[in-house]
Write a protein that binds this ligand. Structure first.
Ligand SMILES: *[C@@H]1O[C@H](CO)[C@@H](O)[C@H](O)[C@H]1NC(C)=O
Ligand SMILES: *[C@@H]1O[C@H](CO)[C@@H](O)[C@H](O)[C@H]1NC(C)=O
Ligand SMILES: *[C@@H]1O[C@H](CO)[C@@H](O)[C@H](O)[C@H]1NC(C)=O
Ligand SMILES: *[C@@H]1O[C@H](CO)[C@@H](O)[C@H](O)[C@H]1NC(C)=O
Ligand SMILES: *[C@@H]1O[C@H](CO)[C@@H](O)[C@H](O)[C@H]1NC(C)=O
Ligand SMILES: *[C@@H]1O[C@H](CO)[C@@H](O)[C@H](O)[C@H]1NC(C)=O
Length: 834
């Protein structure tokens, strides 16, 4: 089977991702890790009846199932009189929303002027699907659009006074019923006033694991038990962020429809997908029967709104019959995070909290591991005839990048106390199948309103006026295995700080005294008072913010002598912030270099954690490459900047006593001063290079998507060659002026590293180069540069050059370029020979 390649990672990387999850789990839980099973084999139903009613011959669908012809099914049917109807082709306008494979079933129908009963023998009690297909095809003697009838399965009412008045409609009804005592199920069609009809019937066993007895009740929030005592109608089954999953791709022959029409703020959502082979079903837990891997391999996440504190809800709204209660099953699978413990979000149903700070990492213990959660929504909570599902970043935790994801939704109507799944029209309800178009308009209006609200929130948070007070990590957590992890982080920190123990009174200390005594001996020029920094930033005016990160904000300030500085003010309640702050101080105290951003001073009054850096007037390199209106850099400037950054990294790797690995090399962490001199910044994730006895210090893969060394993923072992890999991505980013990952592009282009390497191998790199510099480059210089980038991206660290070699290559590229401008190299011949 060919595995579709949807995702910005190579297959091997994705494999490593799974491996990473595994390794991570081992390291987090010792030997006590769960076993992961491969997706289980196809489901073999003990009972299976498939009937293409009214059909002269059996129908074989594309998904492989064979439906019995009229004659073959006749022993199952008891009725006084019946009529067959058959059309050659369907004139339906709705065919597109149904799997094409089931279309043949709608072409014929069986009409029952009297009561009709199908008898199905049940060999195994338990759950069964009942699937009914209706389409009022033309028939000379009966107008099927006039039929009003009731369908029951034993005592259970499936449809009551049901009709399909719209002759262009294909109606598919699906039920999940629990067959308990009797050994037969009688499917009965009756009509008091007219006649009944049906186009096709399925009666098939389903795995009992599909319904578990308990779920989360939404109001009041708590546990609901007794789900196995009910029967269900499948009202919605959506594959979020992906295409229709047709019966052929689901071992239970379910159809999963796309969610697009139910999203109320589609702009806020971004679809994502991974190859389905990546999905790893846990055992026990969600199985492939619960939902096929295609469902878990696609999702919607929060679109990047370009603000740092993004906060809005992903929202889906579906109309339902408000006289029933519903079981809502949400399918989740973290296919977005680059490591565990990055994703925390809240789940709301009809505005009520369903799950607060849902933490897939601790629920599944891994990335790409499916998880589902059932909720029960009582009819009393359904207003305006709709179910609204909302997901937004958890307010109780402070994730580095707020996000929320959903992979699938199922909404199942719960049978009522009268054992019915269809309300009695006498009760006066419109039953949700009245004039649909009016409803659609209303929802469109609601959608628009919600969209505007969300935009407003975005704008507000962009202006920074709506800053949520986040609690610390541990507050929002109920999970047990995270705590040892946090401890192990603390331990790591202490082991990294131990060689500086003379500076930190206690290695685990995050206290003021540790902070300042460190500085005191660190030999920095000055300590600032809080008041001085308040003045420098006009009391931390939001207008002075030049950057925001997980740790807090960076302000542009002016000291009393007029010198401009960048002031990074930590958020003391963020655990992550404290760790990164300490790392940063630690690292910066060990290194001083023209191509590394330097620290000027600090302030530790009032439990504040503030660092003062030299100000880099031209900001991040990325802003000069794309996504802003700044003038493009010349090729020579780009070469000089890359050389500067390479020097900085080379010094980091070799200059300090123990060597430092930056771990987050990317174009936003290369800053430019007023003369466009490049300086590497942001040492929050940096690590001392491992000693020989320290090969397993790393537990969590950190860094930025698109720049991550695949070998680091795979082996969890950090080396300076991981920085070299990231720098290779930077080199291509500088050349092509596009992001390392751009999910909006066709899939083969999503990952810059892969895309650029493809074109480089073809020797046609100039085809994807930044048009601002394409054709203006000396061919030999480009060749040298591209070779350097290519070597950096080698699969294995040992094959990658050291930064010194990269630096040498870049310098010779610059020399070639300079020589060519004086001697007149013809840039038009710029094709690379490979
Ligand atoms: C079916 O109903 C029986 C009797 O109420 C119950 O014991 C069993 O758990 C149910 N099975 C399922 C899968 O709902
Ligand atoms: C995913 O999003 C893109 C762009 O927004 C859109 O063109 C595409 O149709 C979406 N795919 C699915 C399966 O919804
Ligand atoms: C479904 O199955 C077909 C053939 O088996 C395959 O080509 C297709 O990619 C699958 N994916 C989805 C999402 O349906
Ligand atoms: C998300 O939805 C919930 C429930 O409707 C609401 O309370 C919350 O304020 C929403 N969050 C945002 C950021 O709009
Ligand atoms: C809904 O709530 C009513 C009372 O408020 C209760 O009688 C009924 O059993 C509930 N139904 C479900 C499915 O929870
Ligand atoms: C229901 O609709 C009314 C008017 O259309 C609106 O005022 C109200 O807020 C809606 N309620 C809910 C829960 O959506």
């Amino acid at each position: 089977m060919k595995i579709p390649h949807f995702f910005p990672l190579s297959m091997s990387t994705l494999f490593f991702l799974c491996l990473l999850r595994f390794v991570y789990f081992v390291s987090a839980q010792g030997s006590d890790f769960p076993s992961f099973s491969s997706p289980i084999g196809p489901y073999v139903p003990p009972d299976i009846y498939l009937i293409d009613c009214g059909s002269p011959q059996q129908a074989q669908l594309d998904d492989g199932r064979i439906f019995l012809s009229e004659r073959d099914a006749s022993p199952l049917l008891r009725t006084k009189q019946d009529v067959l109807a058959l059309v050659d082709s369907l004139s339906s306008s709705e065919t597109s929303s149904y799997p094409v494979s089931s279309l043949p079933l709608y072409r014929t129908a069986r009409i029952f002027p009297d009561e009709a009963i199908y008898t199905f023998k049940v060999s195994h009690a338990g759950l069964h699907w009942v699937r009914l297909y209706f389409h009022p095809i033309p028939c000379p003697t009966y107008n099927l659009a006039d039929a009003v009838f009731t369908v029951t399965a034993n005592e259970l009412v499936l449809l009551h006074d049901f009709r399909v008045t719209d002759i262009s409609k294909l109606v598919f009804k699906e039920y999940l019923i629990n067959v308990t005592s009797s050994d037969t199920v009688l499917l009965k069609f009756t009509s008091e006033k007219s006649f009944s009809f049906v186009n096709a019937i399925e009666f098939v066993s389903a795995p009992d694991s599909l319904v578990s007895d308990t779920a989360t009740a939404v109001l009041p929030l708590g546990e609901f038990t007794g789900l196995t005592t009910y029967d269900y109608e499948v009202t919605y089954r959506l594959n979020i962020g992906g295409p229709t999953v047709s019966p052929s791709n689901d071992t239970l022959f379910r159809t999963w429809q796309p969610d697009n029409t139910y999203m109320t703020f589609a702009e806020g959502a971004q679809n994502i997908s991974v190859p389905f082979g990546v999905i790893k079903y846990p055992n026990p837990g969600a199985t492939a029967y619960i939902a096929p891997p295609y469902v878990y391999a696609t999702a919607d996440q929060m679109a990047n709104s370009g603000v740092n504190q993004q906060n809005f809800n992903l929202t889906w709204k579906m109309s339902v019959d408000p006289s029933f209660s519903y079981m809502i099953r949400m399918h989740f699978c973290d296919i977005v995070s680059k490591s565990l413990n990055q994703l925390y979000f809240d789940v709301y149903i009809n505005g009520l909290m369903g799950a607060s700070g849902l933490d897939l990492s601790s629920l599944t213990g891994g990335l790409a591991v499916p998880y589902y959660k059932d909720f029960v929504l009582n009819a009393s909570v359904i207003r305006n005839g709709s179910i609204m599902i909302q997901l937004g970043p958890a307010a109780t935790v402070d994730p580095s990048s707020p996000n929320a994801i959903l992979n699938g939704i199922e909404i199942l109507k719960i049978s009522n106390s009268a054992r019915s799944l269809d309300s009695d029209p006498a009760a006066g309800s419109s039953k949700g199948r009245g004039p649909r178009t009016n409803k659609m308009k209303i929802f469109a209006a609601i959608a628009l309103a919600t969209g505007i609200t969300a935009m407003f929130l975005l704008a507000k948070s962009f202006l920074g006026k709506k800053k949520k007070r986040h609690q610390t990590w541990n507050h929002g957590k109920s999970s047990s295995w995270l705590s040892p992890l946090n401890n192990s982080k603390a331990h790591l920190l202490s082991s990294r700080t131990s060689y500086r123990s003379s500076l930190f009174s206690s290695s685990k200390s995050k206290s003021k005294s540790g902070f300042s005594s460190f500085f005191a001996s660190g030999g920095f020029d000055r300590s600032f008072t809080f008041k001085e920094l308040q003045e420098a930033t006009q009391n931390f005016d939001e207008k002075a913010v030049i950057g925001v990160g997980g740790f807090g904000k960076v302000y542009l300030g002016a000291l009393e002598d007029g010198k401009k500085v960048a002031i990074k003010r930590g958020n003391p309640s963020s655990q992550q912030g404290i760790n990164e702050f300490q790392t940063e101080i630690q690292m910066l105290s060990r290194v001083r270099h023209r191509h590394l951003v330097s620290l000027i001073g600090y302030c530790d009054e009032n439990t504040e954690m503030i660092l003062v850096y030299e100000y880099m007037a031209n900001g991040p390199l990325r802003d000069h490459l794309y996504g802003s209106s700044l003038p493009p850099l010349s090729w020579k400037q780009r070469l000089e900047i890359c050389i500067g950054a390479a020097r900085g990294l080379h010094y980091l790797h070799t200059g300090a006593a123990q060597g430092i690995i930056h771990r987050d090399v990317k174009t936003t962490n290369i800053l430019l001063d007023e003369n466009f001199v490049a300086k590497v910044s942001d040492f929050g994730l940096s690590k001392a290079a491992p000693n020989l006895d320290q090969t397993h210090v790393s537990t969590a893969v950190k860094g930025s998507f698109g720049y991550l060394d695949p070998e680091y993923f795979r082996r969890q072992q950090l080396s300076d060659k991981s920085d070299v890999y990231s720098f290779g991505v930077v080199l291509f980013e500088v050349l092509c002026a596009r992001p390392a990952i751009n999910p909006a592009l066709p899939r083969e282009q999503v990952s810059l590293a892969e895309w650029a390497m493809q074109w480089h191998r073809k020797g046609m790199l100039e085809k994807i180069m930044d048009p601002h510099i394409a054709g203006k480059i000396c061919a030999q210089a480009l060749k040298k540069y591209a070779e350097a980038a290519e070597k950096c991206l080698a699969e294995y660290g040992v094959e990658r050059p050291a930064m010194s070699d990269v630096l040498w290559n870049l310098e010779s590229a610059l020399q070639l370029e300079e020589a060519s401008t004086s001697s007149g190299c013809d840039p038009q011949k710029g094709g690379l020979q490979v």
